[in-house]
Design a binder for this molecule. Sequence first.
Ligand code: SF4
Length: 502
Amino acid sequence: MSPQHDTSPQHDTSPQHDTSPRQDHARAASAFVANRGRATWHDQSLWFIREKRDRAAASLPEWETLRERASQIKAHTVAKLAHYLEEFEANAQRLGVKVHWAANAEEHNRIVLGILQQHGVRKVVKSKSMLTEECHLNPYLERHGLEVVDTDLGERIVQLRQEPPSHIVLPAIHLKKQDVGDTFHQHLGTKAGADDPQYLTESARGHLREKFMAADAGITGVNFAIAETGGVVVCTNEGNADLGVALPKLHIACMGIEKIIPRAADLGVFVRLLARSATGQPITTYTSHFHGPRPGCEMHVVLVDNGRSQIRSSDEFRRSLACIRCGACMNTCPVYRRSGGHSYGSTVPGPIGSILSPAMDAEKHSTLPFACSLCGSCTDVCPVKIDLHHQLFTWRRELALKKLVPATKRLSMKLLSFVLQRSWLFALGGKLMRRLVPKLPRALLYNRFNAWGRQRELPPMPPQSFRELYVIRKRDAASAREPARAAPPAELPSKPSQGDAA
Ligand code: SF4
């Protein structure tokens, strides 16, 4: 699986910005959390990757310098985006690449289909591409009679199950090897009950090899597009992007406009950060550079906006365009790890998805910025220093201003605001609760209306509030100092002796 992109087929058929009903993260997460064993295993698996990332980052003394450099390069590039995109286009064309511009997902899909139809393509192999997932390219092409096969192993697994990926780097992280065994038995004819990873991987390899050999065209995502050279770079761990475009004569690379970097020299900064942040590897197994078509072949690059210019125009959220899709913010996020990627109902889940998705459709994704404890762990690990938890907090304010926050939350926030503005009321409420809560029947606190209490216990009520403790300790400290001021220590002479004076 690669620190790049992903795709899947029939699970979502809308062509571009979804206007489907509001996605309720908490409700969707409850299905995932209901299976406690799986939720715990998911949490631990991702934490394992987070720890690998920590070790990889700590192995580079210049890690923080790299992060700062990457952040500055991205900020500069986004500020001069039009300039670098035009430079890229000119240089790519010089290399013989056909460059296309798409304002939105619909146009992107039309362009890709048009190229494939011009070449009489029936079968396509595709490496991971979050952009094509965002544009729902697979179902679009399938509706037009094409076969599209995802060639990343994790992607192929979820494609066969007709599920969306649940993670941008590890698309099948929500599945256990037994699930994969069942899926392969059903679709690829592997032995019933077989769940040996090597056996399953070899079976998938054989199956995919046939698809590679039969493909008329290869589609890839793009990790980085270099303005200075006009080339694109694709990072994978399985080599599937390379094989997918090495056999057919047609290569289409699809990229969001934010993937541009100014110079080839900048690439090293991002490549060093990407794999370490994504999976804790020093580098992805394949970092493939495509600088123009092979002799006798054709290469196209489709540059897609699809809402990115709008994000760029926002002072609050512009920095989210720096994302290199490493997935580190997901691996560290306590909410993502315990609720699973599908609960987000968006192409990109986790902290960065909770910023990007409301920008696409604020109403549909209005619960996502609240799927966050504001712990800031995502901001700490982000290799390009996106201030993720600040942006999530800002989204909450934006959603409240747009009146997209549920009435119950609005009411409770108003009530809280009323109390917090009156310190006497806050103190009185605390005093009452400390006395009342230990006496309440358990059923009143832990019932189906109190979602918070389903997996947690309230701590024992303290006898005193923080404020009371503070006053007591301050008074005690003051009285402890009093005698010292009243009488000097016995061992010190109260008057200097003659000898001292001399
Ligand atoms: S926001 Fe940062 S940590 Fe999250 S995927 Fe993007 S680059 Fe990685």
